[in-house]
Design a protein around this ligand. Sequence first.
Ligand code: FEO
Ligand code: CA
Ligand code: CA
Ligand code: CA
Length: 591
Amino acid sequence: ATWHQAKTRLLGFAAVASADLRDDIQVPSGYQAEVIYRWGDPVSAGPEFNQDASNTAAEQLLQAGMHHDAVQYFPLPKGSTNSDHGLLVMNHEYLDLDLIHIDGSHIHATPYSSEKMIKEQHAHGVSLIEVKKKNHDWQIVRPSAYARRLTANTPMHLSGPVAGHELVRTIDDPDGRVVLGTLNNCANGKTPWGTYLACEENFQYYFVRNKMIEKAPRIERRWQRYDLGFSYYGWHQFDKRFDLDKVPNEANRFGWVVEFDPYDPEHIPIKRTALGRFCHENVAHKVGRDGRVAFYSGDDAQFEYIYKFVTREAWDGSQGVENGHLLDEGVLTVARFDDNGQMQWLPLIFGELGLTPDNGFQDQADVLVHARTAADILGATKMDRPEWITVHPHSGDVFVSLTNNNQRGVDAQPDKDGANPRNQNHFGHILKLRETDATALAGQWQVFVLAGESDSKGEIFACPDGLYVDERGVLWIQTDVSSSALNQGKFKRFGNNQMLAADPTTGEIRRFLTGPVGCEVTGVAMTPDMKTMWVNIQHPGETLSLLKNQGLKTSPETPRAVSNWPDHHPEGRPRSATVLITKKDGGIIGT
Ligand code: FEO
Ligand code: CA
Ligand code: CA
Ligand code: CA
């Protein structure tokens, strides 16, 4: 109720200064930040984290994964708006291979083993924890009947037009309907019926390929379009699924949006193939006037596209995973931005607009598995790395972050255009889309902010990534300046990665939080009363371990010399973590 009074002052806090190499979280005066859930912390009643990272693969299965990304809050009981008790569900996107094992080993440096591989697979996926407020203090409920982990080995169903298709059949799954695991879960989404959507982003980096498929040039081209063939991991050495020469279709079973019911610990997650296969950043929804629901999702790579899926059937407004079938039938579209401020959503339908056998498409499943190739044919607009999309809960405006694209306009690469207005776009920008309805096939766009410009209204920042418009209408912006550029050269003035708050009407932007050294700030959720916020800090201390992996010289203690957040334990290592933010006077966040 109180947020109505606060409406007149959308941004009420005093901005924090940018932080240069500060190994801690900074929030505005009157606010407090507390670390509650770090990599290796028990999910339920499981084992504690060992500071030397000596936990086994079996223990990692019962602990928080690495590289926390997007997070959502689901109130308990189901269907309520309780702000004192609920479930926190979050993704664990990928790994720092220098930190996960006791010997700090990278696969290329020390002997690799199947035990190491399984620990790495268990550190991927999703965490679900139960959280409860007692005497004004939030605690993780342990043990919890709800708590669970999804990993790179958890059985999941394939559903929608691609389920059972020859493109997803494998030796171990001849029916093409059951996949083990989810990978590279970057950002996420929620359905209006109260289920969780985990997105699979850079799935290509888990698969290797040694032989060229000379007899099948069409498959070869399509693998190239998804950048398949090189892995950062060594999983193919012990798990044939990740060797494309042995299981060529396995990579077709990743790159999807995965739905699961957070309220049912036995629920088997479902990969919803009608939403298309690409490097899904997140997924945001908007309900149309007739009840059909639109789901927006960006494909985060240089010169990739922005998609929208619209359900065929209307949602009846009821809660529960039974509504999930709505995600199996509908039309996937891809955005074309015209320089006059108009935009079109082009349908990816087999047999239409050139998506025909003449152009190599066999059926609708083929179009969905190769959504990038289909979007190429439709003439969609190549964007500057689409990251998060969020929908304003009152105006319906859609905000999209385009994080950066240093290849724009370079050599033979596409030149700048209206919606991607800068060549060598180092700092990124945010677009605002307006549609008459969620189901509309046309709309209008404008640039909301060009990041890194000194004449923007407020704080400067670079590389927008996480976006979230809260119930009061504050647009939260999280940044991800790459670790190879952070705190150096033209990026030095931005400081550590951070979170800012913007007023979508006035364009004012104010810095709310700065993260520890070498981290990315990604993922934000709030309780319905808006008095509690959770923010995820990913890969603190990444800078020097990344350089080390690239073969550059560092001192023996480099990763921990850079960041030892959040424990600052002398024998420890940096850990991705969830941070709980509250106002000291118990008030609404942002006021
Ligand atoms: Fe995982 Fe595009 O960020
Ligand atoms: Ca991201
Ligand atoms: Ca990013
Ligand atoms: Ca990241």
